[in-house]
Design a protein around this ligand. Structure first.
Ligand SMILES: Cc1ncc(COP(=O)(O)O)c(C=O)c1O
Length: 416
């Protein structure tokens, strides 16, 4: 009997801020290190040397993406570790030196950081007596520069403000933030005090905006491979030469004693390749993807009433669109989209399942009900105009169906 052909289910992935598919060229670049080049990069023999060469090459690729020195790159297990290393490592170094201890224990961050920054800050508040200022943001999710300036005190040791937000895409003015900190440091250095360090979580920005660390006054910067078409479980922390920081993970002398543990050579080689591709493709990819993202928003705002876009309309990651669909639960919308083969998200994958409204949208002044009605489309390399057309075909019907179940929406309709 002839086999019945299954109808093919459409699969459209618009959740690139959660993770990205591994680029085929990245897979290729990793393969030799799973097969014959399996040495431990710390070994002296040629197997070790081959592995070490991969490490060097990848470090060059990451340094090229950031325009920094290779010696300023430390490989980590991802963005979360890089953020933890930056924050805990600075606090630990400050408290270890008596000269520095007099500098204080004050950290400045923002209310819209990823949990990989907020959780270590909370941890240090609870366990190490750190004092943390959580800067507010405006309705677009931008940190106020004046507020930052006012928050800096003689006790401040670290400012950690993300470059681009994972939920709404808003970009922070990192150049100006760096300038304010440098200005503040002038008088501290004159007084022989320790400088305030500036850390930025650039996990969502790599490959989307140019990050020139020769120009930016940034001391520490976190990257994650799986957000830029590399493998999961690999990342890097840029540590500017001279920065007083302790390791997060103690053990052997790997990474010049800055991060212990046998290096994940296949992952690091893949991450290096992903950075090469990011450098090569950034200009064309971001333009294409921004066009598709804008087309989704234009379609939504034309076809569906009672919607609002969250995040900055211009100073925004090129691929991110966060929209509130009033009278609808974001989770229900996601499930219905998933049934139609569209994979979007309500926000950060790390907080999905939480019943709390998004801390990012709350900080932007979005009320809890509207916040719960929001979803994020984050686009990437494989998206096409056909995907956009399909999303815009399917979405209005789902929204109408879900709103018909909403007593509040019906009331609004009756009221005209
Ligand atoms: C802004 C931001 N920082 C940090 C992370 C954590 O990175 P990783 O998944 O590599 O630990 C993420 C992941 O979603 C992120 O979006």
């Amino acid at each position: 009997m002839a086999k019945k052909k299954m109808p093919s289910v459409k699969k459209i992935y618009v959740d690139y801020n959660s993770t990205t598919p591994v680029h085929p060229e990245v897979v290729e670049a990793m393969m030799p290190y799973y097969r014959n080049v399996f040495g431990n990069a710390s070994s002296i023999h040629r197997f070790g040397q081959e592995a070490h060469r991969a490490l060097d090459l990848a470090r060059e690729s990451i340094a090229k993406l950031l325009n920094c020195d290779t010696s300023e790159i430390v490989f980590t297990s991802g963005g979360t570790e890089s953020d933890n290393h930056a924050i805990k490592g600075i606090v630990s170094a400050a408290s270890a030196s008596s000269a520095m201890a007099s500098a204080g224990n004050h950290i400045i961050t923002s209310k819209i950081e990823h949990s990989a920054v907020l959780s270590p800050c909370k941890y240090l508040e609870n366990t190490a007596g750190a004092v943390v200022t959580y800067l507010p943001v405006d309705e677009y999710g931008v940190v106020g520069l004046q507020k930052l300036d006012e928050a800096l005190t003689d006790k401040t040791i670290l400012v950690s403000i993300m470059s681009g937000n994972n939920e709404v895409g808003t970009l922070q003015p990192v150049e100006e933030i760096g300038r304010i900190i440098a200005k503040h440091n002038e008088s501290r250095i004159a007084k022989g005090q320790r400088p305030v360090y500036f850390h930025t979580d650039a996990v969502q920005c790599a490959g989307k905006i140019s990050l020139d660390l020769k120009k930016l006054n940034i001391d520490l910067l976190s990257l994650s491979s799986h957000k830029i078409y590399g493998p999961k479980g690999v990342g890097a922390l840029f540590i500017r030469k001279g920065t007083k920081i302790h390791p997060l993970i103690h053990g052997g002398h790997h990474e010049k004693s800055r991060r212990a543990g046998t290096e994940n050579i296949p992952g690091i080689a893949g991450f290096g390749k992903a950075c090469d591709l990011a450098v090569k493709n950034m200009a064309t990819e971001t333009k294409k993807i921004a066009g598709l993202r804008d087309a989704i928003w234009q379609g939504i705002s034309k076809k569906i009433e009672c919607v609002r876009r969250n995040g900055h309309p211009e100073k925004c990651l090129s691929n991110t669109l966060n929209v509130s669909f009033e009278f609808i639960e974001g989770e229900s919308l996601l499930l219905n989209l998933d049934l139609k083969g569209i994979a979007a998200s309500t926000g950060s994958a790390c907080t999905s399942g939480s019943l709390e409204p998004s801390h990012v949208l709350s900080a932007m002044g979005v009320d809890p009900v509207t916040s719960q009605s929001s979803i994020r489309f984050s686009l990437g390399m494989l998206n096409t105009q056909q995907d956009v057309d399909y999303i815009l075909d399917v979405l209005p019907g789902i929204v109408t169906k879900l709103r018909e179940m909403s007593p509040l929406y019906k009331k609004k309709k009756r009221a005209g």
